[in-house]
Write a new protein. Sequence first.
Length: 475
Amino acid sequence: MGTFGNTFGNALGTSLTGEAITAEAKAYITAEGITDSGVISAINKLVKDLKAINEIEADFVNFANPASSKRKAIYPFPGTVATYNKFNLINPVDSDAAYRLVFTGSPNVSSKGLQTTTNVMMDTKIAPTSLTFESHCMDFMISEDYQSATIQGMDIGTTSNTFWFGVRATSAHAMYYATGSYNASLYNGKRVLNEYFQLNKTSNAAGAVKIKRNKETVATNTAIISGTVPSETIKIGKGNTFAEHRYDWASVGDGISDTANLLYFAAIEKYQYAMGRLATVNIVAEGHSYIAQSFAMLNTVYDDTLRQVLKVNALVVPYDISSIATGGEAVSHLTARITTLNVYRKPATLDIPFKNVMVLWIGVNDLRGGATGAVTYANMVAYINTQLANYDKIIVLTCCPINSQDIEAQRDILNDLMRANIPGMTNVYLVDTDSIPELTDPANTTYFSDGLHLTPAGYFLAYTPVATIIESLYS
């Protein structure tokens, strides 16, 4: 676990630096053979947080009588070896009836979770028939390693696809839900990095199937669903023909009420933070086609350039990146969608010190549309000032030259105003692309793809100083 260096012997005490170890946590820790003090503390706090949910929803977790527990199995994947990951937290007994995992193949394991590579999956031994068609909930969390366009998906369910839930990095980063005769893509989104995903169904009514990304409901069903559940057991990483699945968490159980669900997600998030694998630096990128193009994770050429720059520069703090930018945008478009964008923020809590960073690249379309450099700058600053209430830091990039129309005089005015004023703004940082020689000539096809947009090499150069700023702030 990196920073978790202290270890215990074979006998686990009842307290850890004054922290009482619950009997339920002790049973799981002992079964898994965990000796790392940091992991022990994280598991113990998780158990306490889960038990507290019982006050809101009876039997949410029932350690004393697992058959009555609404969460049938919870797999927190705490260890750096496979044997630290197979037991069900609710009932840590080595048997099919207790829903301990059975591995097909040998997963790769690290402090960041458990990776089911090609031809590797985990059988929970839970048959959907032990749940109900009307009420069930499956969830998992993806580690920050899930970031390449070549990584195809994460899922949980039956291999026959009759009862499953998954995220796919093909076509549209879609979340799918299939059960009985019902099969639909309920959500298309761009964020699949260091994220928690949940399918929650509480009845057959329209709107009773909810797809959640973190604590946000991103989709619901629009039709009444009926059918039956299969007897085939539920697997984690059942789509075992895909290239890589890395899980930080997985669970199966009955449907969860909205109130209990908020507490459940908070417990998971606190646990992941304690384990040192939750993204605490949350980067939200906004702007025009430069941002949209370089955040096209499905594009095998660009492959989310900023994330790749951060990866190359080895940012120490776990980070998350998202964007809803599209081509052709001006400042006015960004202003109109502030509420939509800001759902990607992660507000700091008493338990987790999230830091929200905006990367902003905007202005060229304002100039192309006839706005002056001075007006564009004024609108940009108004937007920045509004968003400073929502983001800890904002990193702004100047406008690159283009050769498709003559905006150079106004671009110079805009960039001069940015250089003269933005560095003096509190919590706002400027990346001056004019100071990067390779980005000053739009006819240079090594760095400009069409005289307007950049090539991957161009984006990499532009984002390198962005990564340097982020590293200086949070590493």
